[in-house]
Design a protein around this ligand. Structure first.
Ligand SMILES: Cc1cc2nc3c(=O)[nH]c(=O)nc-3n(C[C@H](O)[C@H](O)[C@H](O)COP(=O)(O)O)c2cc1C
Length: 280
């Protein structure tokens, strides 16, 4: 077992790896631990409006790969984790927070006997959160927004209350969890590739997710990195391009100091196909 990297090491180590070695062993329980660590990321109002789906079946990954437009990272990944935003669960999660408050302070304490802290927490999950999240086809959101515009003329006020604002809030939260996941993976020498180049509707259908859910990103994971071999493939392609075109060679010579090899490693294969297309 490898020794975990420090936070700085893991941050520097993490890159989007796009060609995975399908034969290298991957320990599912270690990936699971990284998913658990994703749940420890900060999340808006502790509403935890996400769900992480860990796909370990190669047959399902083979079905998902075409829905990721057959990107190499999708075709060669051993496992994948889908980060799903579940804004639709807001009522359930607000109630879970209220239940938690009950478990700490007791259920039926009269308001007059409640501690200040308890009152604030109950008001937050019982009134403010429903005010922020409740909406019907976005109409209530606009009414709230108008009200806030008026009140906001006189005092500082929270303004993100429309349907689209709440979507951003939920996606931000999910993105932070995803970053926790990737850094945790990097810390144990496991590589990832985030992927939004996907047909999210079809993936949702395949995974049996409800319509109201939204996929932030899927992460294709692998055991050890192939950065070096990826780099050599890219170097080979680059060489091929430059042999074919004198002009392209000059462009590459001008650009190279701006993009060290580490940056070239992360250029998506599509860029190279584009290069090849240019010089053909
Ligand atoms: C939200 C998001 C979506 C991404 N989608 C894809 C994708 O569909 N395919 C892909 O190859 N890389 C994808 N990437 C990876 C980026 O291209 C990559 O992070 C960027 O080039 C920087 O490289 P690095 O991650 O190695 O530092 C995505 C990254 C993010 C944050």
């Amino acid at each position: 077992m490898t020794i975990e990297k420090t936070v700085s090491e893991a941050i520097h180590h993490r890159r989007s790896v796009r060609i995975f070695d399908e034969k290298k062993p991957l320990d599912t329980s270690r990936v699971k631990k990284c998913i658990e660590q994703a749940t420890l990321a900060p999340n808006s109002s502790n509403m935890q409006l996400w769900e992480f789906i860990h796909v370990t079946s190669k047959e399902i990954i083979d079905e998902i790969a075409p829905l990721c437009f057959n990107q190499n990272a999708a075709k060669t990944a051993q496992q994948l984790v889908v980060f799903v935003v579940r804004k639709d669960l807001w009522k359930k999660r607000a109630n879970a927070n209220l239940d938690f408050i009950d478990s700490i302070y007791g259920k039926n304490t009269p308001k007059s006997e409640q501690l200040g802290r308890e009152k604030v927490a109950r008001n937050y999950y019982g009134k403010i959160i429903p005010f922020a999240y409740f909406d019907v086809m976005g109409i209530f959101g606009w009414l709230k927004y108008l009200l806030i515009l008026i009140v906001g003329l006189f005092k500082p006020i929270y303004r993100e209350v429309r349907k689209k604002d709440m979507r951003i809030v939920a996606h931000k939260t999910c993105g932070l969890a995803a970053q926790n996941f990737m850094i945790s993976m990097a810390a144990i020498d496991y590589d990832t590739c985030p992927m939004e180049g996907t047909d999210t509707w079809r993936i949702k259908k395949l995974l049996g997710l409800p319509k109201a859910s939204e996929i932030t990103c899927s992460f294709h994971v692998e055991s050890e990195n192939l950065k070096e071999s990826t780099a050599s493939v890219l170097e080979f392609l680059l060489k091929k391009c430059t042999q074919k075109s004198r002009y392209l060679k000059e462009i590459v010579l001008i650009l190279t100091p701006l993009f060290p090899m580490t940056s070239l490693q992360v250029l998506e294969p599509i860029h190279f196909y584009f290069f090849l297309f240019l010089v053909d």
